[in-house]
Write a protein that binds this ligand. Structure first.
Ligand code: CP
Ligand code: NVA
Length: 305
Protein backbone atom coordinates (compact mmCIF):
# COMPACT_ATOMS: atom_id res chain seq x y z
CA UNK A 1 0.00 0.00 0.00
CA UNK A 2 1.51 3.31 -1.06
CA UNK A 3 0.81 6.34 1.15
CA UNK A 4 2.07 9.79 0.18
CA UNK A 5 0.06 11.64 2.81
CA UNK A 6 1.92 14.64 4.20
CA UNK A 7 4.75 14.44 1.63
CA UNK A 8 5.99 17.59 -0.15
CA UNK A 9 6.35 17.77 -3.91
CA UNK A 10 9.30 20.01 -4.78
CA UNK A 11 11.08 17.70 -7.23
CA UNK A 12 10.52 14.14 -8.46
CA UNK A 13 13.96 13.21 -7.14
CA UNK A 14 12.23 12.67 -3.76
CA UNK A 15 9.83 10.09 -5.23
CA UNK A 16 10.25 6.45 -6.19
CA UNK A 17 9.21 4.96 -9.51
CA UNK A 18 6.41 3.07 -7.72
CA UNK A 19 5.08 6.25 -6.15
CA UNK A 20 5.07 8.12 -9.45
CA UNK A 21 3.32 5.26 -11.24
CA UNK A 22 0.77 5.17 -8.43
CA UNK A 23 0.00 8.87 -9.06
CA UNK A 24 -0.29 8.28 -12.81
CA UNK A 25 -2.67 5.36 -12.27
CA UNK A 26 -4.82 7.49 -9.96
CA UNK A 27 -4.85 10.30 -12.52
CA UNK A 28 -6.18 7.89 -15.15
CA UNK A 29 -8.96 6.77 -12.78
CA UNK A 30 -9.83 10.38 -11.85
CA UNK A 31 -9.94 11.28 -15.53
CA UNK A 32 -12.74 8.72 -15.93
CA UNK A 33 -14.62 9.65 -12.73
CA UNK A 34 -13.78 13.26 -11.94
CA UNK A 35 -15.99 14.05 -8.94
CA UNK A 36 -15.64 12.82 -5.39
CA UNK A 37 -15.67 14.02 -1.81
CA UNK A 38 -12.11 12.82 -1.21
CA UNK A 39 -10.94 16.28 -0.07
CA UNK A 40 -14.25 17.39 1.43
CA UNK A 41 -13.73 20.32 3.82
CA UNK A 42 -10.03 20.55 2.93
CA UNK A 43 -8.43 23.78 1.76
CA UNK A 44 -5.46 24.41 -0.49
CA UNK A 45 -3.67 27.77 -0.34
CA UNK A 46 -2.22 28.74 -3.72
CA UNK A 47 0.49 31.42 -3.66
CA UNK A 48 1.49 32.99 -6.95
CA UNK A 49 4.59 35.14 -7.31
CA UNK A 50 4.42 34.72 -11.10
CA UNK A 51 1.65 34.61 -13.72
CA UNK A 52 -0.26 31.42 -14.44
CA UNK A 53 -3.25 30.18 -16.40
CA UNK A 54 -3.09 26.37 -16.39
CA UNK A 55 -1.55 25.79 -12.98
CA UNK A 56 -3.87 28.14 -11.22
CA UNK A 57 -7.09 26.98 -12.86
CA UNK A 58 -6.31 23.25 -12.81
CA UNK A 59 -5.46 23.30 -9.09
CA UNK A 60 -8.54 25.33 -8.23
CA UNK A 61 -10.90 23.23 -10.36
CA UNK A 62 -9.18 20.10 -9.07
CA UNK A 63 -9.90 21.03 -5.45
CA UNK A 64 -13.53 21.78 -6.32
CA UNK A 65 -14.00 18.46 -8.12
CA UNK A 66 -12.59 16.63 -5.08
CA UNK A 67 -14.99 18.40 -2.73
CA UNK A 68 -12.52 20.91 -1.27
CA UNK A 69 -11.67 24.58 -1.71
CA UNK A 70 -8.69 26.52 -3.04
CA UNK A 71 -7.69 30.03 -2.01
CA UNK A 72 -5.84 32.04 -4.61
CA UNK A 73 -3.20 34.29 -3.05
CA UNK A 74 -1.13 36.78 -4.96
CA UNK A 75 2.09 37.30 -3.02
CA UNK A 76 1.93 41.06 -3.71
CA UNK A 77 -1.31 41.27 -1.74
CA UNK A 78 0.02 39.21 1.15
CA UNK A 79 2.24 40.43 3.96
CA UNK A 80 4.94 38.40 2.15
CA UNK A 81 5.01 41.30 -0.29
CA UNK A 82 5.81 43.65 2.62
CA UNK A 83 8.62 41.59 4.07
CA UNK A 84 6.97 38.95 6.26
CA UNK A 85 9.24 35.92 6.10
CA UNK A 86 8.44 32.73 4.23
CA UNK A 87 9.00 30.84 7.46
CA UNK A 88 6.40 32.81 9.40
CA UNK A 89 4.00 32.59 6.47
CA UNK A 90 4.43 28.80 6.43
CA UNK A 91 3.82 28.51 10.17
CA UNK A 92 0.65 30.60 10.01
CA UNK A 93 -0.83 29.06 6.85
CA UNK A 94 -0.22 25.58 8.28
CA UNK A 95 -2.69 26.39 11.03
CA UNK A 96 -5.43 27.21 8.51
CA UNK A 97 -5.01 25.08 5.41
CA UNK A 98 -4.30 21.45 4.51
CA UNK A 99 -1.76 22.11 1.78
CA UNK A 100 0.15 24.92 0.08
CA UNK A 101 0.86 25.18 -3.63
CA UNK A 102 3.34 27.90 -4.58
CA UNK A 103 4.75 29.28 -7.83
CA UNK A 104 7.89 31.21 -7.04
CA UNK A 105 11.15 32.42 -8.50
CA UNK A 106 13.51 30.56 -6.18
CA UNK A 107 13.65 26.90 -5.24
CA UNK A 108 15.06 27.90 -1.87
CA UNK A 109 11.76 29.59 -0.97
CA UNK A 110 9.97 26.29 -1.55
CA UNK A 111 12.40 24.58 0.79
CA UNK A 112 11.87 27.28 3.43
CA UNK A 113 8.13 26.92 3.16
CA UNK A 114 8.36 23.14 3.42
CA UNK A 115 10.86 23.33 6.27
CA UNK A 116 8.81 25.71 8.41
CA UNK A 117 5.24 24.58 7.83
CA UNK A 118 3.48 21.39 8.85
CA UNK A 119 1.37 20.79 5.73
CA UNK A 120 2.45 19.46 2.31
CA UNK A 121 4.02 22.01 -0.02
CA UNK A 122 3.56 21.52 -3.77
CA UNK A 123 5.68 23.32 -6.34
CA UNK A 124 3.66 25.05 -9.03
CA UNK A 125 6.97 25.97 -10.76
CA UNK A 126 10.18 27.56 -9.56
CA UNK A 127 13.46 28.53 -11.21
CA UNK A 128 14.69 24.92 -11.10
CA UNK A 129 11.67 22.66 -11.56
CA UNK A 130 8.09 22.31 -12.74
CA UNK A 131 7.15 18.90 -11.32
CA UNK A 132 3.37 18.95 -11.82
CA UNK A 133 3.89 19.80 -15.49
CA UNK A 134 6.24 16.85 -15.92
CA UNK A 135 3.72 14.44 -14.38
CA UNK A 136 1.04 15.65 -16.82
CA UNK A 137 3.57 15.14 -19.62
CA UNK A 138 4.25 11.56 -18.54
CA UNK A 139 0.50 10.87 -18.46
CA UNK A 140 0.19 12.25 -21.99
CA UNK A 141 3.10 10.14 -23.23
CA UNK A 142 1.69 7.03 -21.58
CA UNK A 143 -1.77 7.54 -23.07
CA UNK A 144 -0.34 8.02 -26.54
CA UNK A 145 2.46 5.44 -26.60
CA UNK A 146 1.10 2.83 -24.15
CA UNK A 147 4.41 2.77 -22.28
CA UNK A 148 6.98 5.02 -20.64
CA UNK A 149 10.14 2.93 -20.28
CA UNK A 150 12.12 3.02 -23.51
CA UNK A 151 10.25 5.98 -25.01
CA UNK A 152 12.65 8.43 -26.66
CA UNK A 153 11.72 11.95 -25.53
CA UNK A 154 13.68 14.77 -27.14
CA UNK A 155 13.44 18.16 -25.48
CA UNK A 156 14.76 20.94 -27.69
CA UNK A 157 15.47 24.56 -26.73
CA UNK A 158 16.22 26.20 -23.41
CA UNK A 159 17.52 23.84 -20.70
CA UNK A 160 15.13 25.33 -18.13
CA UNK A 161 12.87 24.32 -15.23
CA UNK A 162 10.61 22.29 -17.54
CA UNK A 163 13.61 20.47 -19.04
CA UNK A 164 14.97 19.77 -15.54
CA UNK A 165 11.74 18.15 -14.37
CA UNK A 166 11.39 16.11 -17.56
CA UNK A 167 14.96 14.82 -17.18
CA UNK A 168 14.32 13.88 -13.56
CA UNK A 169 10.96 12.15 -13.93
CA UNK A 170 11.99 10.64 -17.27
CA UNK A 171 15.08 9.12 -15.70
CA UNK A 172 13.07 7.55 -12.88
CA UNK A 173 10.50 6.14 -15.30
CA UNK A 174 13.11 4.66 -17.65
CA UNK A 175 12.67 6.93 -20.67
CA UNK A 176 15.45 7.80 -23.08
CA UNK A 177 15.63 11.57 -22.50
CA UNK A 178 17.70 13.74 -24.84
CA UNK A 179 18.03 17.49 -24.31
CA UNK A 180 19.20 19.42 -27.37
CA UNK A 181 20.33 23.00 -26.60
CA UNK A 182 23.13 25.38 -27.53
CA UNK A 183 25.92 25.06 -24.98
CA UNK A 184 25.11 28.30 -23.13
CA UNK A 185 21.57 27.06 -22.49
CA UNK A 186 22.20 23.56 -21.22
CA UNK A 187 20.40 22.26 -18.14
CA UNK A 188 22.29 22.84 -14.88
CA UNK A 189 25.11 20.35 -14.37
CA UNK A 190 23.98 19.14 -10.95
CA UNK A 191 20.51 18.36 -12.25
CA UNK A 192 21.89 16.55 -15.30
CA UNK A 193 24.26 14.61 -13.01
CA UNK A 194 21.43 13.58 -10.69
CA UNK A 195 19.22 12.62 -13.61
CA UNK A 196 21.97 10.49 -15.16
CA UNK A 197 22.40 8.63 -11.87
CA UNK A 198 18.66 8.03 -11.64
CA UNK A 199 18.58 6.84 -15.25
CA UNK A 200 21.41 4.38 -14.63
CA UNK A 201 19.49 2.97 -11.68
CA UNK A 202 16.20 2.70 -13.54
CA UNK A 203 17.33 1.50 -16.96
CA UNK A 204 16.80 4.71 -18.92
CA UNK A 205 19.20 7.35 -20.20
CA UNK A 206 19.73 11.10 -20.07
CA UNK A 207 21.86 12.85 -22.68
CA UNK A 208 22.55 16.52 -23.41
CA UNK A 209 23.72 17.54 -26.87
CA UNK A 210 24.04 20.55 -29.15
CA UNK A 211 23.05 18.52 -32.20
CA UNK A 212 19.28 18.81 -32.55
CA UNK A 213 19.00 16.98 -35.90
CA UNK A 214 20.86 13.96 -34.56
CA UNK A 215 18.82 14.10 -31.34
CA UNK A 216 15.52 14.12 -33.23
CA UNK A 217 16.31 10.95 -35.16
CA UNK A 218 14.07 8.17 -33.86
CA UNK A 219 12.25 10.45 -31.41
CA UNK A 220 8.86 9.25 -30.12
CA UNK A 221 8.25 12.65 -28.54
CA UNK A 222 9.49 16.12 -29.48
CA UNK A 223 9.04 18.64 -26.68
CA UNK A 224 9.82 22.32 -26.34
CA UNK A 225 9.12 25.30 -24.08
CA UNK A 226 9.48 29.07 -24.37
CA UNK A 227 12.96 30.43 -24.96
CA UNK A 228 12.54 33.23 -22.44
CA UNK A 229 11.05 32.08 -19.15
CA UNK A 230 9.31 34.34 -16.64
CA UNK A 231 11.91 36.60 -15.04
CA UNK A 232 14.34 36.51 -18.01
CA UNK A 233 12.62 39.17 -20.10
CA UNK A 234 15.72 41.32 -20.54
CA UNK A 235 17.46 38.47 -22.40
CA UNK A 236 14.81 37.97 -25.05
CA UNK A 237 16.80 39.14 -28.07
CA UNK A 238 19.95 37.09 -27.43
CA UNK A 239 17.87 34.05 -26.53
CA UNK A 240 15.93 34.22 -29.79
CA UNK A 241 19.13 34.28 -31.78
CA UNK A 242 20.81 31.45 -29.91
CA UNK A 243 17.78 29.20 -29.74
CA UNK A 244 16.29 29.66 -33.21
CA UNK A 245 18.04 26.54 -34.65
CA UNK A 246 16.25 24.50 -31.97
CA UNK A 247 12.73 25.39 -33.13
CA UNK A 248 10.22 22.56 -33.58
CA UNK A 249 9.13 22.88 -37.21
CA UNK A 250 8.09 20.51 -40.01
CA UNK A 251 11.71 19.76 -40.84
CA UNK A 252 12.46 18.59 -37.31
CA UNK A 253 9.22 16.59 -37.14
CA UNK A 254 10.25 14.80 -40.35
CA UNK A 255 13.58 13.86 -38.74
CA UNK A 256 11.74 12.03 -35.91
CA UNK A 257 9.70 8.78 -36.02
CA UNK A 258 6.72 8.91 -38.40
CA UNK A 259 4.32 8.65 -35.44
CA UNK A 260 6.14 11.24 -33.30
CA UNK A 261 4.01 13.26 -30.87
CA UNK A 262 4.75 16.91 -30.21
CA UNK A 263 4.41 18.38 -26.72
CA UNK A 264 4.69 21.91 -25.32
CA UNK A 265 3.81 22.86 -21.74
CA UNK A 266 2.29 26.18 -22.93
CA UNK A 267 2.04 29.14 -23.11
CA UNK A 268 3.57 28.95 -26.62
CA UNK A 269 5.13 31.57 -28.84
CA UNK A 270 4.28 30.49 -32.38
CA UNK A 271 7.07 30.91 -34.94
CA UNK A 272 9.58 31.05 -32.09
CA UNK A 273 10.13 27.74 -30.27
CA UNK A 274 7.38 26.01 -32.30
CA UNK A 275 5.77 26.83 -35.64
CA UNK A 276 2.02 27.36 -35.79
CA UNK A 277 1.93 24.65 -38.45
CA UNK A 278 3.32 22.00 -36.08
CA UNK A 279 1.30 23.25 -33.13
CA UNK A 280 -1.96 22.89 -35.07
CA UNK A 281 -0.69 19.82 -36.97
CA UNK A 282 -1.53 16.13 -36.71
CA UNK A 283 1.37 15.29 -34.36
CA UNK A 284 0.51 17.90 -31.74
CA UNK A 285 -0.91 16.83 -28.37
CA UNK A 286 -0.46 20.18 -26.65
CA UNK A 287 -4.07 20.66 -25.60
CA UNK A 288 -4.48 17.05 -24.41
CA UNK A 289 -1.32 17.71 -22.41
CA UNK A 290 -2.82 20.90 -20.95
CA UNK A 291 -5.99 19.01 -20.01
CA UNK A 292 -3.90 16.39 -18.23
CA UNK A 293 -2.64 19.06 -15.84
CA UNK A 294 -6.06 18.85 -14.18
CA UNK A 295 -6.09 15.07 -13.86
CA UNK A 296 -2.59 14.77 -12.38
CA UNK A 297 -3.10 17.74 -10.08
CA UNK A 298 -6.03 15.90 -8.55
CA UNK A 299 -4.04 12.70 -8.11
CA UNK A 300 -1.32 14.72 -6.37
CA UNK A 301 -3.77 16.61 -4.14
CA UNK A 302 -5.67 13.47 -3.19
CA UNK A 303 -2.48 11.64 -2.28
CA UNK A 304 -0.62 14.41 -0.40
CA UNK A 305 -3.49 16.16 1.39
N1 CP B 1 2.29 25.16 -18.26
C1 CP B 1 1.99 25.99 -17.25
O1 CP B 1 2.44 25.84 -16.11
O2 CP B 1 1.12 26.99 -17.57
P1 CP B 1 0.75 28.26 -16.67
O3 CP B 1 1.98 29.11 -16.59
O4 CP B 1 -0.36 28.91 -17.41
O5 CP B 1 0.34 27.78 -15.31
N1 NVA C 1 9.78 27.78 -18.51
C1 NVA C 1 8.58 28.56 -18.41
C2 NVA C 1 7.42 27.65 -18.12
C3 NVA C 1 6.09 28.33 -18.01
C4 NVA C 1 4.97 27.38 -17.69
C5 NVA C 1 8.76 29.63 -17.33
O1 NVA C 1 9.40 29.33 -16.31
O2 NVA C 1 8.30 30.75 -17.53
Amino acid sequence: EISLKGKHLLTWKDYSRKEIIHLLERALVLKQSPYSGALSQKTLAMIFEKSSTRTRVSFEVGMTQLGGTAINLNSRDMQLGRGETIGDTAKVLSRYVDGIMIRTDAHQKLEELAGNGSVPVISGLCDLYHPCQALADMLTVYEQKGQLAGVKLVYTGDGNNVAHSLMTIGAILGLEVVVASPSGYWPLDFITGNAKKLAAKHGGSVTVTENVEEAAAGADILYTDVWTSMGQDGEEKERKEALFPYQINERLVTAAKPDVSVLHCLPAHREEEITGEVMEGEHSLVFEQAENRLHVQKAILEALL
